[in-house]
Design a binder for this molecule. Structure first.
Ligand code: MN
Length: 738
């Protein structure tokens, strides 16, 4: 087990002015909260955070990162919450631990292999600080090193995730050593049999390979000395098992057929010209394989890797690779981003470190970007590289179901999008949502890492209003589809009602019409270009076809004229006012209007009628019936098309409906008016939706309040209680214009 004092020593060496007391406190806090917990191996849990902190100290990270390493699992695995952590360790560490906890949630939850690409993008989206990446990689490395006590399936799953997500990230960051270790460990745990077989095969050849390597490296060293090339080291190595295995699989080879099992590496002193000199020495010594030479020094790889690669043919006729690089390039090849810290050796205080961190952050960002850009068309990444946050995948957010399924959504998505992404049924029946355990409005924007629970009710239906709160086409299409379906059902029903009423005016029995008159109705439907009677009814309900015209076709011109009730009384009904009267005091055949707007029964926006007020309906083209207050100034005009006027009345005992009404209070211009009015409204337990205040040209207060009321009676009560407020001169209802 690593000792905390060893870690502190390393940090002090790398950062002489660091506050190592923080590390001690983090250690104690971690030990205290993980006490009693054990790892699968049976060791105390603390072993793990200590090992992670040690890896971070080796990467030369500062005391904050090392302390975070010690604390990285406390929120995930103990009762400590973020607030507690903040009290003890402040904002920065809490922020880092939070990032790590969110990533840990992904790892714990994701299982489906096909989501690997998603998960990787998601992890990247959650990395809002370069230190989070490095700590996460250290965490994963230690877990991979110590997985022998886990069940084989779990080992394979974690290893697959490592191969899919963390090895590529390490690769992008140029951390060659860490990546190799992660890959070999993953290979070993995913394909234990093949790993065993291959390592036995390699081991069997090892003495021979080592001998060959020794001969080669000896020869290289001699030649470099003869030519005065300043070099630090010549290494010989046997190919790593994972890359060997990949090669065998890809080319369908056996190990006997692979010649480049070994490779040599020359590490020169820190001047790239030594690399080129060394290269000429090698090419002079052995014949290079054409087209196998790569100059990654002149053109570094985008993960900052620099080296010369060449393959040569040895005396035995076998080819092998030689890599040539400077000491500094070598360190970058092995440690990648972490090596940058070493070269920016800081003997100074905090400020310098911050600057290092900032430039490092930018480097990391540039490096990780290609990992997420593969499926993203956003090319002008300059802007967000400049932003301080590492917002690597700004177009998408990733959220979870309570069962841990990952749902990828565009930014701006709401729980409604989420619900439809799960299943159209879930979307259609959704009534509410909990984000991270808290109830939220359905229009709430989803953030990365949110765990979302959708509440459903089998009786619930989508709302047209949802269209304003969704961003996915999937949700939009489902809602539109539902509206269209619903509209059709409603319009058939409404059309049938309107048609029956019209038929009665002509003394025709609706029942008979639909039974014995079926063939005629079908014929008429066809005349309108419609297939079925149902379609004809839908067309009537939708306002496209007038029931009167259908009756005319049914009766024929002569009979129609004879039976037409309006013809008989036409002279009697001259003015619109009379017509209105006719529709007041409505009979049982009136169409029932519920308080809540339906798709085909909408409240006119000009007068916004309230429950209890006298109303009439107007069949408008494509909108179904629009309900107006009978006193609305627009009604008289609508009476010109009086065949489109229908009788409507409010449904009785319909208590569920709440409507908004806008009131204007004219008051004396003095302070406290607004408070007085809102108090008066609140006292009668009425909700206020909106308030605005103004002063008129004649120095009077103009206060507009939008209140939620159940019916006209309720509104009257609101008006009279506002009138009672001292200073209020007048209160009136304001109709929405237009
Ligand atoms: Mn951990």
């Amino acid at each position: 087990m690593v000792r905390i004092e060893n870690i502190i020593e390393k940090v002090e060496q790398n950062h002489p002015n660091s506050n190592v007391d923080l590390i001690r406190r983090a250690y104690l806090f971690s030990a205290l909260n993980h006490r009693g917990q054990t790892r699968a191996s049976g060791e105390p849990y603390l072993v793990h955070p200590l090992a992670v902190a040690d890896i971070l100290a080796d990467m030369r990270l500062d005391e904050v990162s090392v302390s975070t390493g010690l604390l990285h699992d406390v929120v995930e695995d103990t009762l400590v919450d973020l607030d507690t952590l903040r009290n003890y360790f402040g904002e920065e560490i809490t922020y880092l631990v939070d990032g790590l906890t969110k990533i840990a949630q992904i790892s714990n939850l994701s299982k489906a292999e096909q989501q690997a690409e998603n998960v990787r993008k998601m992890v990247l989206a959650m990395i809002t600080d370069v230190r989070v990446v490095l700590i996460k990689l250290a965490d994963r490395l230690h877990n991979m090193r110590t997985m022998e006590f886990l069940k084989p399936e779990k080992r394979a799953r974690i290893s697959q995730e490592t191969l899919d997500i963390y090895a590529p990230i390490a690769h992008r960051l140029g951390m060659g050593k860490l990546r190799s270790e992660l890959e070999d460990l993953s290979f070993q745990n995913i394909h234990p049999e093949e790993y065993k077989k291959l390592s036995i095969e390699v081991e069997a050849r090892r003495p021979e390979l080592e001998a060959t390597l020794q001969k080669i490296t000896g020869t290289i060293e001699d030649r470099l000395r003869e030519n005065d090339v300043p070099f630090v080291q010549v290494q010989g190595r046997v190919k790593r098992l994972y890359s060997l295995w990949k090669k065998l699989k890809k080319r369908k080879l056996t190990i006997e057929q692979v010649y480049d099992l070994i490779a040599a590496r020359i590490i020169t002193e820190n001047d790239k010209k030594y690399c080129y000199v060394a290269l000429s020495v090698i090419h002079d010594l052995w014949t290079p394989v054409p087209e196998r030479f790569k100059d990654w020094i002149a053109i570094p790889r985008d993960n900052l890797y620099q080296s010369l690669h060449t393959s040569v043919i040895s005396e035995g006729g076998h080819s092998f690779e030689v890599q040539i690089r400077t000491e500094e390039m070598h360190q970058i090849a092995e440690e990648g981003v972490a090596a940058h810290w070493k070269y920016k050796e800081s003997k100074l205080g905090k400020h310098e470190d911050d600057e290092n961190l900032d430039s490092l952050r930018k480097t990391v960002e540039k490096l990780l970007l290609p990992l997420v850009e593969t499926t993203q068309e956003n090319k002008d990444s300059k802007d967000f590289i400049e932003s301080l946050k590492l917002d690597l995948y700004p177009k998408d957010v990733y959220a979870f179901t309570p069962m841990g399924k990952v749902i990828q959504l565009p930014r701006g998505a709401t729980p409604i999008d989420f619900a439809y992404a799960i299943h159209s049924e879930v979307g259609d029946k959704c009534v509410g949502a909990k984000i991270n355990g808290r109830m939220v409005a359905l229009r709430n924007e989803i953030r990365n890492g949110d765990v979302i629970e959708i509440l459903t009710n089998p009786n619930s239906k989508p709302s047209r209003d949802w269209l304003n709160h969704v961003v996915t086409s999937r949700a939009r299409n489902h809602i539109r589809h539902w509206i269209a379906e619903q509209q059709r059902t409603e319009s058939i029903e409404l059309g049938r009602k309107l048609f029956e009423k019209e038929a009665e005016k002509f003394q025709l029995s609706a029942k008979k019409l639909f039974s014995s008159g079926e063939a005629d109705l079908k014929r008429i439907a066809n005349e309108y270009g419609l297939g079925r009677i149902e379609d004809l009814m839908a067309s009537i309900g939708y306002g496209k076809t007038l029931p009167r015209n259908v009756i005319a076709k049914y009766l024929g011109p002569e009979k129609f004229a004879e039976l037409d009730p309006d013809k008989k009384k036409e002279s009697a009904i001259q003015s619109g006012v009379k017509a209105v009267k006719k529709f007041i005091g409505l009979g049982e055949d009136a169409i029932i209007v519920k308080g809540v707007d339906n798709l085909l029964l909408t409240r006119a926006r000009c007068c916004n009628p309230l429950k209890g007020e006298e109303i009439i309906g107007y069949i408008s083209l494509g909108k179904g019936i629009v309900v107006h207050n009978k006193n609305c100034k627009n009604v008289a005009q609508l009476m010109i098309n009086k065949e489109r006027i229908v009788e409507v009345e409010w449904a009785k005992n319909d208590t569920e409906s709440v409507q908004s009404a806008k009131l204007l209070a004219i008051t004396e211009n003095r302070t406290g008016m607004l408070a007085g009015i809102t108090n008066a409204i609140a006292e009668i337990k009425t909700s206020i939706r909106n308030v605005s205040a103004n002063v008129s040209s004649d120095e009077r207060g103009l206060i507009e309040v939008t209140v939620e009321v159940f019916d006209k009676k309720h509104l009257d009560r609101v008006i009279s209680s506002i009138k009672k407020v001292s200073g209020v001169i007048e209160v009136e209802r304001v109709n929405n214009s237009g």
